[in-house]
Design a protein around this ligand. Structure first.
Ligand code: THU
Ligand code: ZN
Length: 158
């Protein structure tokens, strides 16, 4: 797998990506948890796709990362390289970086497998308190993917 982080290209986009995630969080629909999540995905082509959590009374809502992935695919893009996620309760003026849950890690890994690019994810560094980038493969090692079921994704690449 190819690592295309960190590059000057990505760092130039980093602030825009973090801002996009913070901003879209405010559109979250979360009457049940009251916890607002915003996610922003940067793709190889330099486009940013955003998503927020959308809850429903059946308690089976959409996570912000899933929504951002869906926006990316609907936009004709399948090559995520960098992800920023922020979460906080309604009215929190200073939301925290929020690591993707296990389900979202799996869905993100689908597109790393497809594109062949490592996905970098902003996380809070517990030692320094600031943000750093980890790779999805570091936080989802030994993952289950298309190769395990013998599926060839090559015709689904864009
Ligand atoms: N949530 C996300 O949007 N992404 C995650 O990966 C973790 C959880 C949402 C789901 C629910 O609407 C709220 O946060 C509380 O769990
Ligand atoms: Zn999730």
């Amino acid at each position: 797998m190819q690592l295309i982080l960190p590059t000057e290209y990505d760092l130039a986009h980093a602030e825009a990506l973090l801002d996009a995630a913070r901003k879209v969080r405010l559109n979250a629909y979360e009457p049940y948890s009251k916890y607002q999540v915003g996610a922003a995905i940067l793709t190889v082509g330099g486009r940013i796709y955003v998503g927020c959590n959308v809850e429903s009374a059946d308690y089976d809502g959409t996570h912000a990362e899933e929504a951002a992935l869906a926006a990316m695919v609907a936009g004709g893009d399948r090559t995520p390289v960098l992800l920023a996620v922020f979460g906080g309760l309604e009215g929190d003026p200073d939301p925290s970086n929020a690591p993707p849950c296990g389900k979202c890690r799996q869905k993100l890994m689908e597109f790393s497998s497809l594109s062949g690019h490592e996905l970098g994810i902003f996380v809070t560094d517990p030692a320094r308190g600031g943000l750093r980038v980890v790779l999805l493969s570091e936080i989802l090692p030994w993952s289950f993917g298309p190769a395990n079921i013998g599926v060839d994704l090559s015709k689904y690449r864009r």
